[in-house]
Design a protein around this ligand. Structure first.
Ligand code: XCC
Length: 655
């Protein structure tokens, strides 16, 4: 730790960094150990004020050109680019990068699926044939009286178009409500293959090409839609088919899931194939035996971030914490190996792991870290990599030499609410469907639905905005759907249990208690935001809540986002018709044309729009106001003013 770092760590109370007690205690321990974590790094480095407002263009080498965020229109770049062009370019490139990340992840899943269905890979198999048939049917593949292998092969080739298709609409457009799709056609934003959309986005935002902020935004919408309704959706659906569709499972979440007497292995990243193989390796009797011979009680496999959220939902694997806590987990001194694949892997992990002699192992050609060991994960020999990680972890356990301090907190909760399960939960095997949800929205017990998703960000108090926002929403009868690191924040706050229904408003509480569900439903990882799109489309299909996604009384929020992926998600929700609020910061200058375009004009075009606030209570107010506006437009706002009648009054009315 440098002197400057020490000055920062002396000044700031770790309780200002997080409401997660276990993470706070690890920040304290790290400081004593002389180790710098992301929180202190953020405190020690102010965000660049020009970049924060997106007032800098560095897409060519006549610049970088800096605008003045206070007087944005008093100058232009060397090429003449206006501040609106510059902000739109920066924004759209974030959308392209985020979409590329999700779609590349989805493509890797599809590639594995292709190998399985073509018989080239026998280490994996189809775990959910019903889902295979459902997905195939949903995009028009003939399934009746056909062999499962044939359907799977057709599905593979059809979904490949999600990435490679040069022209025409991608397969999952068949799931989009007709009126929404019509609007996209009219606006010319129906996505073609993601490769084409990302490529065109990068092209159009380079020097001297697209220089109208509205036209750049149009391509940003099309690119983002190729992610949400394309790459991300393929990832969710194929992962369910290969590894099983989640259904509710009770899981422990928080740093207390790390156990002192066990060989602890953390898997962190995004693609489930590494994690699936790791489950096999940690259950290998010879490796369990080796761990025990080394003095351990056994092997403890734990997840973090999104692959953790996915495995928690699908298999009930304990989860140690969200993005801001990944370095903190290593500070326990009890992590014997951390295996990572892609996305949200902070380079800082490398230094922190070195301080505690924890093997940090990268496994994917697309993501290597200086200072980390690389063991390539090969789907054709998956156990080779994962067994090696286990062996390294056992070796580290036997030679543990650092003081161990593991926070006690473990929060039990229920996770794994896939779209399919919600459907079943609401109506049972024979009458499964979304009609009870729509009915309860129409009768006003449920005011509306909110998707609260996304990252944590060490620039704001970890988990605070997620938790306060969600509490405020459920108190106001808004059912909350969650994914990613936000879901982990609420799990740690104890809101993913059916008992949390007592924190909900009267109407939502009644529904939760009848069904036996929490007021906060965890759907999985960030690519699983596609489950929210599918659920919303089903709400439109069932009827009574308008004809397009934009008609629904729903809103979205990423209160503590940090990743470009979140911007891509936000834009595909907005383009799909959802009012979407972001916290922390928004890379834009207020009172500019581009600001007006994102925050007002997109809605006037028939889509959703963006909102921004740093304050969770203000976020809730904005989202609820939007939901109420939609209720009013649907003519169901009166339903909420229910009058409770006693039997006598009822009888009098019936007479
Ligand atoms: Fe954000 Fe996805 Fe990363 Fe968590 S892991 S920090 S993108 S919420 Ni997906």
């Amino acid at each position: 730790m440098s002197k400057k770092d020490k000055d920062v760590t002396n000044l700031i109370d770790p309780n200002d960094f997080s409401i997660c007690k276990s993470t706070v205690s690890m920040i304290e321990k790290a400081r004593k150990d002389g180790v710098l974590l992301n929180f202190d790094r953020a405190a020690g480095m102010k965000a660049c004020p020009i970049g924060a407002d997106s007032a800098c263009c560095k897409h060519c080498f006549m610049g970088p050109c800096r605008m003045n965020p206070k007087t944005p229109y008093d100058r232009v770049g060397v090429c003449g680019a206006s501040v609106d062009t510059i902000m739109a370019r920066n924004f759209s490139r974030a959308v392209a990068a985020g979409s590329a990340a999700h779609t590349d992840h989805g493509m890797a899943m599809l590639e594995l699926f292709g190998d399985v269905v073509k018989g080239r890979n026998t280490d994996y198999s189809i775990k959910d044939p019903d889902k295979l048939v459902d997905v195939a049917e949903s995009i028009g593949i003939e399934v009746k009286d056909r062999d499962l292998g044939e359907i799977a092969l057709d599905l593979y080739y059809e979904l490949e178009r999600t990435y490679t298709q040069v022209d025409g609409e991608i397969p999952f457009m068949k799931r989009v409500p007709e009126k929404t799709l019509e609007l996209w056609r009219k606006l010319d934003i129906v996505p073609r293959g993601a490769m084409r959309e990302v490529m065109e986005m990068m092209h159009r935002s380079t020097m001297g090409v697209d220089q109208h902020y509205a036209n750049i935004t149009k391509q940003a919408s099309r690119t983002a839609l190729s992610d949400g309704w394309g790459g991300s959706m393929v990832s969710t659906e194929i992962s369910d088919i290969l590894f099983g569709t989640p259904s509710p499972v009770q899981v422990g979440v928080n740093l207390g899931v790390i156990k002192e007497n066990m060989v602890n292995i953390i898997i962190h990243g995004h693609e489930p194939n590494l994690f699936e193989s790791m489950i096999v390796s940690v259950n290998d009797p010879s490796l369990v035996d080796a761990a025990k011979k080394g003095g351990a009680g056994g092997i403890n496999l734990v997840g973090m971030c999104c692959s953790g959220a996915e495995m928690m939902s699908r298999h009930g694997i304990p989860h140690a914490g969200n993005f801001s806590s990944t370095e903190a987990a290593l500070v326990t001194g009890a992590v014997d190996a951390m295996g990572v694949d892609i996305q949200c892997i902070k380079q800082g992990l490398s230094d922190v792991a070195a301080c505690y002699d924890t093997p940090l192992i990268t496994t994917n050609t697309r993501c290597q870290l200086e200072g980390a060991e690389h063991i390539q994960f090969d789907e054709h020999e998956p156990l080779k990599c994962t067994e090696e990680i286990v062996i390294k972890a056992i070796g580290r356990f036997k030679n543990r030499k650092h003081r161990i301090e593991i926070p006690k907190e473990v929060n039990q909760g229920v996770h794994g609410f896939s779209y399919e399960y919600i459907k079943y939960m609401l109506g049972g095997t024979f009458r499964g469907g979304f009609a009870p949800l729509n009915d309860n929205i129409i009768n006003g017990r449920i005011r509306g639905v909110a998707g609260v998703v996304g990252c944590t960000n060490p620039r704001v108090k970890q988990d605070y905005a997620h938790v306060e926002l969600v509490k405020e929403l459920i108190k106001n009868d808004v059912l909350v759907l969650q994914t990613g690191c936000s879901q982990i924040a609420l799990a740690k706050a104890g809101l993913t249990t059916p008992e949390a229904a007592h924190l909900a408003g009267h109407g939502l509480r009644e529904v939760c208690e009848t069904v036996g569900m929490p007021p906060v439903l965890g759907l999985g990882s960030c690519v699983d935001n596609s489950r929210i799109l599918v659920a919303a489309s089903e709400m439109v299909r069932v009827g009574g809540l308008g004809d397009s996604l934009a008609d629904l009384p729903v809103a979205g929020c990423a209160p503590e986002f940090m990743s470009e992926k979140a911007i891509a998600i936000g834009q595909y929700f907005v383009a799909s018709g959802v009012f979407t609020v972001f916290g922390v910061t928004f890379p834009i200058i207020k009172e500019t044309k581009f600001y007006k375009h994102l925050f007002e004009e997109l809605e006037e075009l028939g889509m959703g729009k963006w909102g921004h606030s740093k304050d969770p209570f203000e976020m809730a107010r904005m989202m609820i106001a939007h939901i109420d506006k939609k209720r009013q437009q649907l003519g169901i706002d009166k339903a909420r003013d229910r009058v409770l009648m006693d039997m006598e009054t009822r009888r009098a009315l019936n007479e």
